[in-house]
Design a protein around this ligand. Structure first.
Ligand SMILES: [Zn+2]
Ligand SMILES: [Zn+2]
Length: 318
């Protein structure tokens, strides 16, 4: 009976993120929570279905395309908009951004942004939820997500966006959009099989490549910013944390790898501070601002550039 009720609680918690099945004592807060691991196991094991459905150029291309547009949603919207308010937009667009980001299966925008704001307030301190310096690579990469204390959304850290009930709804029922996303992929694949058979794809194949494989790559690409961006790369600014600038991570994440820049000044819409620090997210945000979809992109202040120049000068002298 106990087992049945704990399964029922886990199911309810998966369906409703704000459902707190039990209050846990502080000493239990750090505990590994098997129901929290289940969604990540599901995504990884699901990739093995590729041996059943095979591949086609169309399915592989779709997976790459979905990686690209959803990485942009994570970096441009979940991170630069919801976490740091690096630009402004309309209520309709911010709702679209939240739905778009939610297809990445990285939970709701409010949980993501509140967690990330905590990271900036406590970077590489003991209370940082994902510091490789404090807790090692594996914990900072994936372990922290399976920990009880990191599951609830801290709405006190995201009061500004929690004022919008549609965003709270998406955050609370964060499985809804991913399920819809998977169903739509399957339907598109089935329609293509019927009407454009020359593409060599089908419902199951598009589902496996678009839902499982693309999402797992996307997840690890994003999680590398929590783990590797505080371990590998150069430090332009002498920040209080261990953040690094790393061009490889910037390529994988459309510009997020300039993480030391970002920790020095988190509010700007760009993270590559110079033209040679490619930042695809910023270019796309600029394009959206030209179209009038977003506005008031925050720049990097002059005093931060002066600091960067002084740091370069002192490095060349030593
Ligand atoms: Zn960081
Ligand atoms: Zn940030």
């Amino acid at each position: 009976m106990n087992r049945l009720s704990s399964i029922a609680k886990a199911v309810r918690q998966w369906a409703d993120s704000d459902y707190q099945s039990e209050s846990f004592a502080p000493d239990q807060a750090d505990r590994f929570d098997p129901p929290r691991l289940a969604p990540y196991l599901f995504l990884h094991v699901g990739c093995l279905l590729v041996f059943l459905v095979g591949w086609s150029w169309f399915a592989v291309g779709a997976a790459a395309f979905l990686y690209f547009i959803r990485m942009f949603a994570i970096t441009g919207f979940y991170h630069r908009y919801f976490s740091h308010r690096a630009f402004r937009t309309s209520r309709l667009m911010q709702f679209i951004f939240a739905v778009w980001g939610n297809t990445s299966m990285q939970r709701g925008a409010l949980w993501w942004a509140s967690t990330h704001r905590h990271h900036h307030q406590h970077s590489d301190e003991e209370s940082d939820k994902h510091s490789p310096v404090r807790h090692g690579f594996l914990y900072s990469h994936l372990g922290w997500l399976t920990c009880r204390k990191n599951f609830p959304t801290d709405y006190t850290k995201i009061k500004d966006f929690a004022a919008f009930p549609e965003l709270v709804f998406l955050n609370r029922f964060d499985f809804f959009v991913p399920i819809l996303f998977g169903i739509v992929l399957w339907i598109i694949g089935a329609l293509l099989e019927t009407y454009v058979p020359g593409l060599g794809t089908n419902g199951g194949q598009l589902f496996v490549w678009g839902f499982f494989i693309s999402t797992v790559f996307l997840m690890h690409g994003t999680l590398f910013i929590n783990s590797l961006s505080h371990m590998l790369g150069n430090r332009r600014f002498d920040t209080d944390d261990d953040s690094r600038n790393n061009p490889v991570l910037a390529a994988i994440t459309l510009g997020e790898g300039w993480h030391n820049n970002h920790h020095r000044y988190a509010h700007s819409a760009r993270q590559g501070f110079y033209w040679w620090e490619f930042d695809v997210t910023y270019y796309l945000l600029r394009a959206m601002s030209v179209c009038g979809l977003i506005w008031d992109l925050k720049p990097v202040p002059a005093h931060v550039y002066e600091e960067a120049a002084a740091a370069k000068q002192s490095k060349s002298e030593t």
